[in-house]
Ligand binder design. Sequence first.
Ligand SMILES: [Zn+2]
Length: 167
Amino acid sequence: MEHACSHRVDHDLSNRPADKRAGFARWLASKDCTDCWKAARDADSASKEKWLAEKRAEELEAAATWAKQFDMPQLEGPAKALDWGERSRHQLMMAAHTALVVEGSWDAADWAELEEKARSISGVGRGRVTGVSTSPFPSAARPNRTCESPRIRLSTSPASADAGLRS
Ligand SMILES: [Zn+2]
């Protein structure tokens, strides 16, 4: 039988009901052979992994540049959590800046205060956070504000990375 990929493969269709054989053979012929199908699948997942690795590297580079520019401390913690911590800190602070200053009502002084709190965090992982609060962000909207401040908190555990940002 010749497959769509033009490879010839012998198939034993004797276990198929006679009246279904022709239809099954046509269906099989319209597909790539098993080897080609597997090769395509592997290439697909390999390129996804590569894409993800490149994206992570870019994010990490952006986070490192940002941390240097804003004088953020070198994070400490388990090696495998550090990259995650660097990226998360950067992304959270960027999101917070957009929500509170760019789109919100915070002024430069409010932001400077929050940035200072963020600087006091240097640990990654549970129980490694220094400072009084585990979050550098206010847990609720401040009074006397005309518009609502989004609630944003910094997660300190990789396990809750996706749940770290709430608005
Ligand atoms: Zn093939």
